[in-house]
Design a protein around this ligand. Structure first.
Ligand code: GDP
Length: 179
């Protein structure tokens, strides 16, 4: 049938960054359209799934891999990063440390991917934009980090949903080379 003729493109997107930056909230918001509801704690290699249609009638099945509470030293990280088409580097705009640590997360990605022909597409994602009044990371710092490393960048809120769809759509389109 037509589904066999036009199969979904499968993309693996990994959501990384410090604990409490809002990674799980983003994955839940995007895949289930809600925020703050109780859900299963992230353990093992669970992922969230969402299907979208991009311009050109391109059907995409997005696998969102949430690294959960794993830290940079975590032994499982390699398994998450391996084979990723895209990575969201997420920080909390009210927590400077979570932004500062993204250098180390990025280094980890480069280390794991050192034998691959190219790095996954990476997006810098500033979360909790609903807490603008508590921002501790200056926008220009964000921009500089994104520009220096060639990341696309987003300001989102998993809480309100602001710009969340756009962020995932954009990285998917970038991966697939769709304008
Ligand atoms: P993770 O450890 O990176 O997966 O972070 P969580 O998704 O568990 O979120 C950590 C905390 O931040 C929780 O209390 C969330 O409710 C809260 N949180 C996540 N995203 C947002 C957001 O966009 N705005 C606000 N105000 N709080 C958020």
């Amino acid at each position: 049938d037509s589904e066999d003729e036009n199969p979904d493109k499968q993309l693996k997107i990994v959501i990384m960054g410090d604990g409490a930056s809002g990674k799980t909230s983003l994955a839940v918001r995007y895949s289930q359209e809600n925020f703050g509801k109780q859900y299963k704690q992230t353990v093992g290699l669970d992922f969230f799934l969402r299907r979208i249609v991009l311009p050109g009638n391109i059907h995409v099945a997005l696998q969102l891999w949430d690294i959960g509470g794993q830290t940079l030293g975590g032994g499982m990280l390699d398994k998450y990063i391996f084979g990723a088409h895209g990575i969201l580097l997420v920080y909390d705009i009210t927590n400077y440390q979570s932004f500062d640590n993204l250098e180390d997360w990025y280094e980890k990605i480069r280390e794991v991917c050192k034998d691959q022909p190219k790095l996954p597409h990476i997006a810098l994602v500033a979360n909790k934009s609903d807490l603008e009044h508590m921002r501790t990371v200056k926008q220009e710092k964000h921009q500089r980090f994104a520009t220096e490393n060639g990341f696309t960048s987003h300001f989102v809120s998993a809480k309100t949903g602001d710009s969340v769809n756009l962020c995932f759509q954009k990285i998917s389109a970038e991966i697939l080379g769709i304008k």
